[in-house]
Design a protein around this ligand. Structure first.
Ligand code: PLP
Length: 420
């Protein structure tokens, strides 16, 4: 029988062994993305570093896999930093992002000896300087600049509007100079460079080139006004992936190569040099490698809609409910059957908005069939919740016909372990 295999393992075997709902990653696909990024993001003009934005999906097994490929880690909380520490990755390759880091998180990161803090605002800068002095710990800093580039993506994942909550707007020279001058005085903290990130699930290469061009002009201005040169520049992540047939993203490796070439040309024109170029793909590293397998339960017709109810929902994938994200799915054991019925795939959470796919043509479905959604590897598990006290599904890595459990399914008891 023709069926969907993930990492060489068919969906039914995965469901029988680990239960459903189940997140499954094709490990070889992750490694290929990592390899493609590292190989293509290189230059003989400056150093380069690929950093994985771990908000897309963090787990100890994944961190170990990526660290072995030479990749660094963007973390945005003590929890994500803890994952990096547990995985034993090199702390010099950890970048601590996020607005409103707590004192406790800053101290934890200073004590762990992380490579970089990516500062979001003036107050954070002052707190970091004070805490580093108190603990006598040195570290490097990138300052997050909002370059004001609007890319075509959903408003909730657009981070570069002038009034965005992230970073300091590029025109706000008062705050930018304030940070630069404060860091100049600090014996413990060195301003290594600047950072920008314009949003997520951006398909057009043009927005990234615009952001890079803007940031390089900004570096030229910092050279003129503040005498800063040969700094590091992070251009963030946000590279789009394929969710549905119409999505046609530039492959990650090619995007990386394009950005390096573009940076080389723009730097030459502007007469500035950089010591390192950094990129931070999250979604593009793991998104398409991930699948979610569900079991179909009840079905019903309501108005014009044919509902398929699956055994998970917005608690394991909130992206459709949150920002109308689209997905595609198959009935893996009915691969060769004709898709002739329009279905709405809904979850079992108690919300009308608990929809995973609003409308998709599938072969006739029956209770007990498996249903596999593609490209759920990013912002699926990492945004999962216990809404309605559903336990988070297990996570499996599959490769060369073998599957291994990397995160166990959450039991009822697990959910109540914190109650006193
Ligand atoms: N870097 C920063 C600073 C981000 O805020 C994000 C996502 O929000 C990323 C990288 C990763 O974005 P993506 O997963 O779309 O590549």
């Amino acid at each position: 029988m023709e069926t969907l295999r993930i990492g060489g393992v068919d969906c039914r075997s995965l469901a029988d062994e680990f239960g459903t709902p189940l997140y499954v990653y094709d490990e070889a696909k992750i490694m290929k993305q990592a390899d493609d990024a590292v190989l293509n993001f290189s230059s003989d003009k400056f150093d380069t570093e690929v950093v994985y934005a771990s908000k897309a999906f963090s787990s100890v097994a994944l961190f170990k896999l990526l660290a072995a490929q030479g990749i660094g880690f963007d973390v945005v909380s003590g929890g994500e930093l803890y994952c990096a520490m547990k995985a034993g990755v090199g702390m010099d390759k950890v970048y601590f992002h996020g607005n409103n880091k707590s004192d406790q998180e800053i101290e934890m990161a200073l004590d762990a000896g992380i490579g970089y803090f990516v500062i979001d605002n003036v107050m954070e800068c002052n707190r970091l300087v004070g805490l580093a002095e108190k603990r006598k710990r040195s570290t490097k800093v990138l300052l997050r600049i909002n370059p004001g580039i609007s890319a075509h993506t959903h408003e909730y994942i657009m981070t570069s509007k002038p009034d965005s909550k992230f970073g300091i707007y590029i025109e706000n020279k008062e705050h930018i100079y304030n940070v630069i001058d404060t860091l100049k005085e600090s014996p413990y903290i060195r301003l290594a460079g600047f950072h920008s990130h314009i949003g997520s699930q951006i398909i057009d290469a043009e927005s990234f080139e615009k952001a890079l061009g803007t940031m390089i002009e900004f570096l030229a201005e910092m050279k003129r006004s503040k005498g800063l040169d040969n700094l590091e520049l992070s251009i963030g992540g946000g590279f789009g992936i394929k969710y549905v047939a119409e999505d046609d993203p530039v492959p990650l490796g090619q995007m990386c190569a394009n950005l390096v070439r573009y940076a080389e040309e723009a730097l030459k024109k502007s007469g500035v040099t950089i010591s390192k170029l950094i990129t931070e793909p999250g979604r593009a590293m793991v998104g398409e490698a991930g699948y979610t397998i569900y079991t179909i339960g009840d079905m019903k017709k309501s108005g014009d809609k044919n509902y398929i109810f699956v055994d998970g929902g917005m608690s394991d994938n909130i992206r459709h409910a949150l920002y109308d994200a689209e997905y595609t799915c198959v009935l893996p054991e009915k691969f060769s059957k004709e898709s002739q019925i329009s279905y709405c795939i809904a979850g079992k959470n108690c919300e009308s908005g608990d929809i995973l796919i609003a409308d998709i043509m599938l072969p006739e479905a029956e209770t007990g069939d498996l249903l596999t959604i593609y490209s759920t590897g990013a912002y699926g598990y990492s945004m999962a919740s216990n809404y309605n006290r559903l336990g988070r599904p297990a996570v499996v890595f599959a490769r060369d016909g073998k599957a291994r459990l990397i995160i166990k399914r959450e039991t009822y008891e697990d959910q109540y372990r914190l109650e006193v």
